[in-house]
Each structure stands twice: as C-alpha cells, then as structure tokens.
Write a protein that binds this ligand. Structure first.
Ligand code: HEC
Length: 506
C-alpha cells in the first residue's frame, strides 16, 4: 500500500499535460559536459553575511568557554552523575565498560568522550527497555567514541543545541533515530557508523549549517535524511542496504517549513534495497525499497559526483508532496521541488526491479529501460548535465546547468560558533515543542506519533492533562508505538510545552 500511491494514473495524465515532449533530447547532438575545470556553482550560503569568511575547511565548531576539568567515569559508575557534577567547559571521559542509562545534558560546553582501549569501547546498552542514550539541549556539545545499542528511541538526539560535534560513534539497533540533531545551527556529524534504525539513521531536523561526512550508514529505513533544514552538505558517506539512501525532504506540518541549499556529493549510495520496516503510516514508510536518493519538495539540491549503483527502484527520485505517499499538504510549505541540480554522477545497475507506478510513468515517454532518474510531478528551474548518460523520466524539459561543480564550496560550517541559544522563560514551551515534540508529531499528518490536530481536539482545555501524559505516557493506540516519557523535562517546561502544543496552528 505504501508504494502504490507514489505515482498515480492522474499523474501520468499530468505528465502529458505538463508538456513532457516525447522523444525530445533523444535526437540531435549530444551535449557532453566535462565536470572538471568548468564553472563552479556560485549560489549557496554566503558565509560573509555577518561573519568573517575564510576558505579553510572547519572540522570543529564547539567552543570552550574555559578550560574545564576532566571527570573520569569507570565501568559501574554513572555517566549521568558525572554530567550533573560537571560545569561548562568540562570533559567527561567514559572508560570502556557497559553503561545502562539515559544521559541528559542540559548545560553548555560539555564533552562526552568515550575512551577506546585496544578496541574496547564505552558501551551504552539500553537493553531494549530504555528510550534514549544521549539527549542534549545544551550548546557546544561534543559526543565522541561511544558504542550505543538497543535503545528504543534515539541514540543521540540534540534538542535545540547549537555548535555540536557528533563523531566516531557506533550506533547499532537503536530504535527510531540513530543520530538526530533537531533545531540546531552549526553542527558536524562525521565518522559515525550507524545501522539497524527503524526510521532515519542520521536525521538532521529543522537545522541550519550542517556537515554530514564520512559516515557509514546501513540496514536502516532511511540512511541520511535532511529534513526541513538549510545549508547542509552531505559528502563522502557510504550509504548501503537501507530502504532509501539519502533524502532531502520537506515534511509537512512541522513548525519550520523549508528545506533548501543542500549539497549531496561524493557519496557511495549502493544497494539500498532493504524491505521497508518503518512504522506503518510514517513518512519514511512510504519510501519504495531500492531508492538511492529521494528529494521531496526540497529546493536547491545539488547532486554531484556520487556513485549510485544497485538500487532497484531508481538511483534518484524527485517528487512533489502531491505524489508522495504518506504525506499531507501544508499550506505553509511549497510542495514543489525547485532548482534541483544534477551534475556529474556515476549511476549504474539501478531500477532493475522497479515499481509498477514507475514503469507506467516510463511508458509515458515510451521507455522500458531500467530507470536512473525519476521526476514525478512538477519542478521549476531544475537543471542537469550529461543527461544522455541516464535513463530518465520527467526531466526532458530541464535546462543544462550553467556550472559543472561545487568546488568553490568547502563547507557551510561557520567560521565562528554561533551564539549559544538562550531561551527566555516565555519561549520555553515553543523551543521544547520544536526541539522535542516535532521530532515525532506534525500538525496535520501522522509521523511517529498522532497529528497535533488530534491531540488538540482531545485535550482542548486541558494542558495539565498533556503535561501529565508526557511525564508518564500510557499506551493509547494499538497502531502506534509507545510514546517515550519526557520526564527529563522539568514540570514547568512540561506545562509550557503542553500549552504551546495546544495552541500551535500549523
Ligand atoms: C519519540 C517520539 C515522540 C516524541 C519525541 C513525542 N511524542 Fe507524543 N506521542 C508519540 C506516540 C508514538 C504517541 C502515541 C502513543 C499511543 O497512542 O499509545 C504520542 C502521543 C502523544 C499524545 C496523545 C495522548 C493521548 O491521550 O492520546 C500527546 C498529548 C503527546 N504525545 C504529547 C507530546 C508532547 C507534548 C511531546 C513533546 C514534549 C511529545 N509528545 C513528544 C511519540 C512521541
């Protein structure tokens, strides 16, 4: 059912009406464009706006407000106790051993550094009962070298913290999201190995200025997902055996409504054919197995120099909201993916066992070969080079790109850390809603939890009821997972977020 909606018959008609001219581009001279030495992309994020610019690649973003102390946590001790004892600037060294706990970091400038000794790591094991391994709401947080396994919710989740570094962690069989910075600016996710995740292994949610590089991501539903975020580079990752490899999305119904300026380059995106095991009804449950890259409603997405092979549905699917499964429309979001730019890429052996809806769409262009690039619905101002290399559908009216590479852009990480997010008392509810609840609830549609509209109807005049529920949720719906308790939030924040959730309008 999930894939059956991806392309409907009406769409096929729309493709004709939209003027996809049969056969165009298949005759005449082939335009061959060398991706090297050509013009570079001159768009993207302008770092000189408000900041000093330098061309050096940034590999760290956290700032130390002062040289702090080091707290050593040994097997049998609690990491959380060390966090409680720590002051901003401190480092917590976690020695090899097994830790069975949830760590919540609500202060700034804390580094959690696992110590790896002869291959033995500090291991956080949720034993299938705990929800989250590491949650942080502080700024300038570093989490490195941990092994995290068997949690039900998140491996590492950021809730509105800026300037984060999540590096060198191994996250295995851990619930819904592996690494999930939500509502953060200026962050690096690199050199992690993430597998066995029911939703997104690496999920960048509602964030800005992000660098996701050198990660290995496999056996998950979504590999790397850039959602309702801007100025993100996803490069040099190895993404295989997921249902969908790399996604750039606008999820409707979230408080931040856009995704744009995303560069997906130099990744290996191979054999993402794992049967979809996402929670039924969730957005990612609609991804057809065998999708290399999926762009949904996002704008200004550059796809460059990736090696995309062995993905059975297609190498790249670009869709608007209307034709995507499991999505609702959001009046606050433009549903159309605009300015998609496909530069040089190696695509081979994709689309060899594609879905019927794609086959039907191909027939509108009288094609029966295995598809590489599929564009469903409309898209404005998109461009491509060397289109003759690929089997495509829906891109005949795309222009030639006026540039051939992004070599002028190293990183969207800022040269100076952004200011720590300071949350005024009156903003507590809003920030907790954006930073925590919006990870699982959208306004109109089903995400992990039920739509906020439904919750508003249930709890209209009862914010205390919501505050009590999130403190210790009970199972209410057979067809949803359990909601994890949010009891690490203090009572004041729980009530503030309840009030905010009950009055939010989109
Ligand atoms: C990890 C995902 C997740 C997060 C984060 C989350 N929820 Fe939920 N929520 C769920 C799920 C799943 C359900 C459905 C549970 C059920 O019906 O048994 C749910 C249900 C609810 C309900 C419905 C209770 C009822 O009586 O039907 C409320 C209220 C709620 N969540 C509020 C919140 C608030 C407020 C936040 C943020 C502080 C939040 N949730 C964060 C997953 C989440």
């Amino acid at each position: 059912m999930q894939t059956s909606k991806i392309i409907t018959v009406t769409l096929i008609l729309a493709a004709f009406a939209g003027g996809i001219y049969l056969g165009k581009g298949s005759e005449g001279t082939t335009v061959i464009t060398n991706s090297h030495n050509g013009a570079s992309y001159s768009g993207g994020y302008d770092k000189t706006l408000g900041q000093q610019s330098s061309s050096t690649k940034k590999s760290a973003v956290s700032v130390r407000s002062q040289e702090g102390q080091t707290h050593v946590v040994k097997s049998g001790d609690s990491i959380m106790d060390a966090v409680k004892a720590a002051s901003p600037g401190d480092t917590i060294q976690v020695m090899p051993g097994t830790y069975h706990e949830t760590v919540y970091i609500d202060k700034d400038d804390i580094r959690i550094i696992g110590v790896i000794k002869q291959g033995k790591r500090a291991t956080m094991d949720g034993k299938g009962v705990l929800n989250d391994a590491i949650l942080y709401s502080g700024n300038n947080i570093v989490v490195e070298n941990l092994l995290i396994t068997k949690y039900k919710g998140n491996g590492i989740m950021g809730q509105a913290g800026n300037n984060f570094e999540i590096r060198n962690n191994i996250i295995v069989d851990t619930g819904i999201y592996g690494i999930f910075p939500q509502l953060g600016q200026n962050g690096i996710v690199e050199h992690n190995v993430v597998s066995g995740i029911e939703d997104a292994a690496i999920y960048i949610g509602m964030s800005d200025n992000i660098h996701v590089a050198h990660n290995v991501v496999f056996d998950s539903v979504a590999g790397i997902e850039i959602e309702n975020s801007r100025h993100a580079i996803v490069e040099n990752n190895y993404v295989y055996n997921n249902t969908g490899g790399i996604l750039a999305f606008i999820t409707p119904g979230l408080p931040i409504k856009t995704t744009f300026d995303v560069i997906i380059r130099n990744n290996f995106i191979t054999d993402n054919n794992t049967a979809n095991f996402g929670a039924p009804g969730s957005t990612v449950a609609g991804i057809p197995a065998g999708t290399g890259i999926l762009v949904m409603a996002a704008d200004e997405v550059i796809i460059e120099d990736n090696i995309i092979t062995g993905n059975k549905t297609a190498a790249i699917i670009i869709t608007d909201h209307e034709n995507a499964p499991n999505t609702t429309m959001d009046p606050g979001s433009d549903p159309v993916p605009d300015k998609i730019m496909i530069l040089n890429n190696l695509m081979a052996n994709n689309g060899y066992d594609t879905i019927d809806e794609v086959k039907a769409l191909m027939l509108t262009e009288f094609k029966q070969d295995n598809p590489d690039i599929i564009q469903v619905g409309s898209s404005r101002d998109s461009c491509i080079i060397n289109r003759h290399r690929y089997v495509t559908v829906g891109v005949n009216d795309w222009a030639e790109c006026e540039f051939t590479n992004t070599s002028e852009i190293d990183s969207y990480i800022l040269d100076e850390p952004v200011a720590a997010r300071v949350i005024a008392g009156s903003e507590k509810g809003k920030i907790a809603y954006l930073g925590v609840c919006a990870g699982c609830h959208t306004y109109t549609g089903r995400m992990i939890g039920p739509p906020v509209q439904i919750i508003q109807a249930l709890y209209m005049d009862n914010p205390q009821g919501v505050a009590d529920y999130i403190n210790s949720p009970t199972k209410k719906r057979d067809d949803y997972p359990e909601m994890p308790p949010q009891n690490y939030l203090d009572a004041e924040t729980r009530l503030a977020v309840a009030n905010y959730m009950l009055q939010v309008k989109s």
